[in-house]
Design a protein around this ligand. Sequence first.
Ligand code: IMP
Ligand code: MG
Length: 177
Amino acid sequence: MKEVIHEMISEKQIEEKIEELAKQLNRDYEGKSLHLICILKGGVFFFTELAKKIKVPVTVDFMEASSYGNATVSSGELAIDKDLDEVIIEGKHCLIVEDIIDSGNTLSLVKKMLMARNPASLKCCTLLDKPDRREVEIEVDYKGFIIPDRFVVGYGLDYAEKYRNLSYIGNLEFIEE
Ligand code: IMP
Ligand code: MG
């Protein structure tokens, strides 16, 4: 099988969207500090670009949560592979930064786990949202692009750990050779 990628969202479109999201965050968190929580690995490309555009005081931390393995269909299994370095988030305004929300299982579990640690607030920001595939109801506070039910790669998103470094987002297709 040959893997072919069709560009769906260009680098320029992503940059403009990140600018927009940062503006919104700068408004909403004015006068506050923001604790940014990146969901590894996929979220990291979006996370760093977004963080650089935020004007309120920012601290960062990273968490690895996975529900996919090497398949394109969710296993339904979820694991916290790496917890935050600083587990105490009590009193902090936290924003979870994700690459994509698909079934919603990852975010739902991460949110529940973090809420139990009493943050001052907990919101989430995702670059991509695939609402057609939602399995759990979840509030997404900030979203970049709403996309149809297609498997996408690039800008942090992978297929079997490949393609994360693409500067754009593309739809991955498998073609018989
Ligand atoms: P959820 O738990 O089903 O919402 O899935 C969230 C995670 O699944 C994301 O953080 C991604 O790592 C992965 N994922 C979901 N859809 C895609 C996709 O289209 N391409 C690559 N990874 C995906
Ligand atoms: Mg991910």
